[in-house]
Design a protein around this ligand. Structure first.
Ligand SMILES: NC(=O)c1ccc[n+]([C@@H]2O[C@H](COP(=O)([O-])OP(=O)(O)OC[C@H]3O[C@@H](n4cnc5c(N)ncnc54)[C@H](O)[C@@H]3O)[C@@H](O)[C@H]2O)c1
Ligand SMILES: [Zn+2]
Length: 376
């Protein structure tokens, strides 16, 4: 007799519970929200964020009767490693804390990725609550459940999918975020508008001044729109078989620029340049009208994001670096191609395509004409 058991699970929603409330870190209800999740809490953050927000949050939650242990690690992408994760795990093991523990991740994408990965694996999975503090973390890193660390062979090569129980966004935290970091988040927001929502793109066009000034209502709305766009895309394609690839618009060229700069070039700036080159590609292929490309360029300019590509990089080296992109097939890079604002070309639902090398070379040569900085 054949016996079978269906052990498949339907894809989980990418957001369990997302809340955007200015000042929420100071609200008393926060402790009530957390209390049912575990009997003790580990707040993970970086050293500088601990001083600005971490110790105060720990003290506030403790005043509300929660047991909260705070663990920090040094700031920066260099510390998003297995070694740091192991050090934090050892601290928890030494305390004898087990399954009845909840991880609270407070920080930018580095913290949410690393603490999220720790939550995914410690005791085979602990509840996770994310408090993103950078714009990139608010609208990108904390949505979709991807967690992980870097290894010398590549970024985010080791990790797991682990969804937070709550994502708690306090836009007032952005007041201490350096302007350059804010702009990197804005680039990803513009990307969301380009590939999935004309309305979001227009919102970013119409409210640039208020967004840059972090006007509470406007920035909260922009964050909400951007989170919703990513959530909808991730829910439709949780394992990145097709549609989710549109989130990689600008990233084939962007990642190649980052690699060639030995990661000295910030991701947001590299993606901004990548979006311009890949828009030019879409125009050259006849999918996008050049006025739309100009509109994307104008929006990046409005947010004072540099538009001129680096000059010290050859087209050959850029092409070589693009082959390493995860969307490449048989050594040929593939690109997300825009059709109009809010829509990428489907290409039979693969949402990316190879581009003939001659066309790619000619577009890259053309883009390099605009004089920019040296990055190598
Ligand atoms: N999991 C995902 O789906 C996903 C998506 C996008 C990015 N990421 C990851 O996120 C990371 C990038 O995130 P990031 O740009 O937030 O980098 P980050 O975490 O390094 O933060 C950038 C800098 O801003 C500082 N900072 C953050 N919030 C602050 C605040 N409120 N006030 C003052 N300073 C603040 C940080 O200390 C840091 O120096 C990368 O590791 C990337 O791989 C993950
Ligand atoms: Zn990105």
């Amino acid at each position: 007799m054949k016996m079978s058991l269906d052990v498949r699970f339907s894809p989980p929603p990418s957001i369990s519970c997302l809340e955007i409330t200015p000042g929420i870190l100071h609200h008393l209800e926060l402790a009530q929200k957390l209390r049912p999740l575990a009997s003790r809490f580990v707040l993970i953050t970086t050293d500088p964020i601990a001083h600005v927000y971490g110790y105060a949050l720990q003290a506030r939650l403790q005043q509300q009767g929660l047991t909260v242990h705070l663990m920090t690690f040094p700031d920066g992408e260099h510390f998003k490693t297995r070694a740091i994760k192991e050090q934090l795990e050892d601290q928890l093991l030494d305390k004898g804390w087990g399954r009845d523990t909840c991880i609270l991740a407070l920080g930018g994408g580095v913290v949410t990725d690393l603490a999220g990965y720790l939550a995914a694996t410690y005791c085979r999975g602990l509840p996770l609550v994310v408090f993103p503090t950078s714009l990139v973390a608010m609208i990108d890193a904390c949505i979709g459940g991807k967690t992980g660390v870097n290894v010398p062979q590549g970024k985010n090569m080791i990790g797991a999918l682990h969804l937070p129980k709550h994502i708690i966004i306090d836009p007032t935290l952005l007041q201490t975020l350096p302007t350059l970091e804010l702009k990197h988040g804005i680039v990803e927001m513009i990307k969301h508008g380009c590939v999935a929502s004309l309305e979001h793109f227009i919102y970013l066009e119409q409210h640039s001044k208020e967004i840059l000034q972090l006007q509470s209502k406007i920035i909260s709305e922009a964050i909400f729109q951007s989170c919703s766009i990513k959530k909808n895309i991730v829910e439709q394609d949780p394992t990145e078989q097709g549609l989710r690839r549109i989130l990689n618009f600008g990233h084939t060229v962007g990642h190649a620029l980052e690699t060639l700069s030995h990661y000295t070039l910030p991701h947001g700036q590299a993606v901004a340049w990548g979006m311009l080159v890949e828009s030019d590609l879409a125009v050259a292929m006849g999918h996008l009208c050049s006025a739309t490309k100009q509109r994307i360029q104008a929006l990046l300019h409005t947010y004072a994001i540099s538009l001129s590509l680096p000059q010290d990089i050859s087209v050959d080296r850029l092409l070589d670096a693009m082959i390493l992109d995860k969307k490449s097939r048989q050594g040929r890079p593939r690109f997300v191609i825009l059709q109009e604002l809010g829509k990428a070309v489907s290409f039979s639902e693969t949402y990316c395509i190879e581009v003939p090398e001659t066309l790619l070379r000619s577009v890259l040569h053309q883009c390099m004409q605009t004089k920019g900085p040296n990055i190598v």
